[in-house]
Write a protein that binds this ligand. Structure first.
Ligand code: FAD
Ligand code: FES
Ligand code: FES
Length: 490
């Protein structure tokens, strides 16, 4: 049995049904049909709800998520806020009123999701004065990011953006939903969830361990169970392929797997850290990597999804492995109480195949700290910028000293059965003086490194050409930057 709050109500829910989604439960069992099912795949945002959690500092923080790909068991101790709860004392909520005032309320399918995403943005943003171009541009970027997972297929976004402009300077003090926040924090903190640990291989249910030792015990007892972090990949096996997921072990409640820290030589990323947390954490070290993360899925997907899940899915078009490969990252794997650390480049065995053994899991990811003169570049090519999967993703890490390549690593996605390094091209560059001839020669070696396929995202020829263009552009920029650094030093 787990407990969570739904709007104003305390819910007790039997966690033996592992793979019921929040959207199914809301609509079919609670008849709360404001949250809509547009795609059941995390793509359209029609099912967006807010999920609040009391954080370590005692703050209640709300995140927008896709209810269609959220498993009920993951809600233990959380506050779920649906669109039905917004109207207070017969009045529209300020976010709803702003949409009405600016003609931003559209059809019944997309509007509830837009309302909830805007509410999440408004609550998580300090009141802003939009009195300079810079303030306005920053504000618009934030709103667009908050709405990146909400699709409307028929009208337009402008009235919705105008509604957000009108909300930006408004204080949240008069929001009736936030009046009893302290009481709500106390109620959530008092929830004491306990759930039965798997002890046999035939166990079925949803188990949320709170420490790595319990995770190891449970996974060893039931290696057939599936691990679930953000569920943004795994849930599609249920909602798209209609495959039941009877035994799930949740990683998100494990404190140790939520660690995010700088150590002497590495950044350590726990397996349960969300992609959104990664954006701000990585920015001071590798800004180009952080920039690409802002285009991974949508805000809702990044609130839930993790880097470890992105790696473990072993998708050839996952966005973080190319960067992690170029940065020579490692993964710490654990089975029972034993850990082993391997290079990410040794993690993939073939299409959707990894070296993970039964009952073994990714504990954390180690990203080396930047070294002197290291330059890092990354690009993702997709048909849409927001909420779209890569046709090609390329990352380059290079250290140049007076024009000579001291270190180079190239990671790529979308070009082979797994994310992969461009070893032949790296060998061509290593130790050489970087000039236009060498940069041009990379085109030929890339063709030896990768023989991409054609599919609905891009043709093989397009993939080849765009990869060559990206790499040559990165190398050119690295060379120019190195020349400027030398001039500056002279
Ligand atoms: C609408 C939408 C848009 C998306 N856009 C992008 C995109 O632009 N770029 C991109 O790269 N991906 C994208 N994805 C895919 C997905 O969001 C990412 O791959 C995400 O990082 C998966 O993380 P997760 O925590 O949700 O994984 P989960 O779904 O929880 O798990 C994925 C798989 O990894 C396993 N797993 C999870 N954690 C571990 C662990 N610690 N050890 C071992 N196995 C583990 C699970 O058992 C499962 O098999 C998108 C998905 C959706 C639904
Ligand atoms: S129904 Fe489309 S994102 Fe959930
Ligand atoms: S999908 Fe609702 S108005 Fe376009």
């Amino acid at each position: 049995m787990i407990e969570f709050m739904l709007n104003q109500e305390l819910i007790q829910w039997d966690a033996t049904v592992s793979d019921l989604t929040l959207l199914q439960w809301l609509r079919e069992e609670r008849q709360l049909t404001g949250s809509k099912e547009g795609c059941a795949a995390g793509d359209c945002g029609a099912c967006t709800v807010l999920v609040g959690q009391v954080e370590e500092e005692g703050q209640l923080k709300y995140r927008s998520i896709n209810a269609c790909i959220c498993f009920m068991g993951s809600l233990a101790g959380h506050h779920v806020l649906t669109v039905e709860s917004l109207q207070q004392e017969g009045n529209l909520h300020p976010v709803q009123q702003a949409l009405v005032d600016h003609h931003g309320s559209q059809c019944g399918f997309c509007t509830p999701g837009f309302v909830m995403s805007l509410l999440g943005w408004w609550w998580n943003t300090e009141p802003q004065q939009l009195d300079s171009e810079v303030n306005f541009a920053n504000h618009r970027h934030e709103v667009e990011q908050a709405l990146s997972g909400n699709l409307c297929r028929c009208t337009g976004y402008q009235p919705i953006l105008l509604a957000a402009d009108s909300l930006a300077p408004r204080s949240r003090a008069d929001d009736l939903l936030l009046v009893d926040k302290e009481k709500l924090i106390a109620r959530l903190t008092a929830i004491n969830n306990s759930n039965a640990q798997p002890t046999t291989s035939t166990w079925q249910g949803f188990y949320s361990p709170t420490n790595v030792a319990d995770l190891s015990l449970a996974y060893t007892a039931c290696p057939e169970a599936r691990l679930v972090a953000g569920a943004t990949d795994l849930s599609l096996e249920l909602t798209q392929k209609l495959q039941p997921l009877p035994s799930l072990i949740n990683l998100k409640q494990i404190t140790e797997l939520n660690q995010l820290q700088q150590q002497e030589r590495h950044l350590v990323i726990g397996a349960a850290v969300s992609l959104l947390q990664m954006e701000s954490f990585l920015r001071p070290y590798y800004p180009a990597f952080a920039d690409i993360l802002t285009w991974l899925g949508s805000r809702q997907i990044r609130h839930q999804g993790t880097m470890a899940g992105n790696i473990a899915s072993a998708s050839p078009i996952a966005d973080t492995p190319p960067a992690l490969l170029a940065l020579d990252s490692q993964v710490v794997l654990q089975r029972g109480s034993q850990q082993r650390t391997i290079a990410l480049s040794d993690f993939y065995l073939g299409y959707r195949q990894t070296v993970l053994r039964p009952a073994e899991f990714i504990h954390s990811i180690l990203i080396p700290l930047p070294v002197a003169r290291q330059q890092f570049f990354m690009a993702k090519v997709s048909k849409r910028k927001e909420d779209d999967i890569s046709a090609v993703c390329l990352a380059l890490s290079i250290v140049l000293q007076s024009g000579v390549v001291q270190q180079v690593a190239i990671g790529a996605g979308g070009l082979a059965a797994t994310p992969a390094r461009a070893r032949t091209t790296e060998s061509l560059l290593q130790g050489q003086t970087l000039d236009h001839n060498l940069i041009n020669a990379c085109g030929n070696t890339l063709a030896k490194d990768f023989q991409p396929i054609s599919d609905f995202r891009a043709s093989a020829a397009y993939r080849r050409q765009v990869t060559q263009n990206l790499l040559q552009d990165f190398l050119q920029k690295a060379l120019s930057h190195d020349a400027l650094t030398q001039e500056g030093a002279a």
